[in-house]
Every structure is written in C-alpha cells, then in structure tokens.
Design a protein around this ligand. Sequence first.
Ligand SMILES: [Zn+2]
Length: 119
Amino acid sequence: MEKKTCLECGETFNGRADKKFCDDQCRNLFNNKNKSDSNNLMRRINNVLRKNRRILMELSPNGKAKIKYSQLAESGFNFSFHTHQYNTKKNTTYFFCYDYGYLKTEDDFIVIVKDNKES
Ligand SMILES: [Zn+2]
C-alpha cells in the first residue's frame, strides 16, 4: 500500500500502485467527464465541417463556381477546418469539406468544385 492522490477529487488515499481514484464514484465521474469533453470537441468540429460544406454548396449551385475570397470569408466559412486535401499536378491544393472542395487563387479568388466520385 502507498499514498496516492485521487485524479478526480485530489484526496490522498492508500492503494495499490495502479489505483488512480479513491473510489468508484470518483472513477466514474472522471471517466464520464473526459468522454463528454472529447465528444463535445468532435461535435464542435463536425458542426464546423458541415457548416463549411453547406456554405460551399450554397455558393456553387451548379457544383462549380469562382467567387471572391472576401465573399467566402464573410459567409462565416472557417478556413481552419477541412476533411482532406488534394494536390493537383500543377502543384495547387484543393481543400475539401467532404465532397466540396475549394482552391484559393493568387488573385484572391476562390474556385469551388464538387467531387462527384462516389468513393
Ligand atoms: Zn476521489
């Protein structure tokens, strides 16, 4: 037995080396909190990605469009999040939010494309 500090309540208790909590209640509290924290993070990011996709979709009714960069920036689009990226042979990079992708051109335009592949 050795002195341990509970990860949930911070109380010291006597326990085996692998014991992290003073009792079951503290263990459950700690584990549930951590689970919901990561769930909240994932939900928040998923919401951003869905919103990004919706904005791209609305700005390109035909699945293809060229708009001003400022128009996308002002729409509430979050440039920090995307699902994947695609590098073309011309060395430009499309950033995708699910099936909708965009490319920023040097003259401050945004080209929106829709990936029609079912993959
Ligand atoms: Zn405790």
